[in-house]
Design a binder for this molecule. Structure first.
Ligand code: ADP
Ligand code: TYD
Length: 203
């Protein structure tokens, strides 16, 4: 199974993606955690270009090309081989982030993102958790990490509000695949909701 976590910056995706991997491993489900941008050596090198530096460093169009280059390498080197081995992949962000960040909020390029995805990647997640949270809470949590990877956080509060609306609309358009999870709860309660949604998505 190919599972992705999506949502605004600082919403708790990484925390929950890692917790789900641990929960699945304890059920003896072979499972790999990975992330975007990154998840393979080449894609991690491209990540640095994307998440550091001035917010105006790249246009939305250039970002689409860089995210797709990173994603293609990640798919070839990490995702596809793991799925072929029969493992479950849990990925922190995937194409839905490009759809919303570059395709809706940074610019009106949703169709371009979908065309590129179909041509160069051609793979959708089976199940996507959208961690939904008030952007003011998420921004405070995210910036408090002092990660040095704040290029998108530095685009401001309104940017994060628009992202939240974009992800909620995406979930509405894809109700089978996308499950909205209330990220304002404690880590344990969010994790419990994720696991319950995972279990109800099993055939
Ligand atoms: P993301 O991957 O979406 O940016 P993280 O999982 O890295 O988010 O979480 C951002 C910060 O918020 C981290 O410092 C993390 O420990 C903290 N955090 C995550 N989930 C919660 C929660 N439910 N309640 C309080 N703090 C949280
Ligand atoms: P991430 O490390 O997940 O950020 P955070 O922990 O703050 O949620 O992702 C890095 C940044 O890249 C994040 O701000 C979102 C952005 N991004 C895009 O704009 N488009 C994409 O396709 C992806 C995968 C990420």
């Amino acid at each position: 199974m190919f599972i992705t976590f999506e949502g605004i910056d600082g919403s708790g995706k990484s925390t929950q993606a890692k917790a789900l991997v641990e929960a699945l491993k304890s059920q003896n489900v072979p499972c790999t955690w990975t992330r975007e941008p990154g998840g393979s050596e080449g894609a991690e090198a491209i990540r640095k270009l994307l998440v550091e530096g001035d917010p105006n460093r790249w246009s939305a169009e250039t970002e689409i090309l860089l995210f797709n280059a990173a994603r293609r390498d990640h798919l070839e080197k990490t995702i596809a081989p793991a799925l072929e081995r029969g493992e479950t992949i849990v990925c922190d962000r995937f194409v839905d982030s490009t759809r919303i960040y570059q395709g809706v909020v940074r610019a009106d390029l949703r169709e371009t993102v979908d065309i590129m995805h179909k041509t160069m990647i051609g793979r959708e997640a089976d199940l996507t958790f959208i961690i939904d949270i008030d952007p003011e809470v998420a921004l405070t949590r995210g910036l408090a990490r002092n990660s040095g990877e704040d290029r998108f956080e530095d685009m401001g509060l309104q940017f994060q509000k628009d992202l939240r609306a974009g992800f909620l609309e995406l979930a509405k358009q894809n109700p089978e695949r996308c499950k909205i999870i209330d990220g304002s709860q404690s880590m344990e309660d969010v994790g419990r909701d994720v696991l319950a949604a995972y279990e109800s998505a099993q055939p």
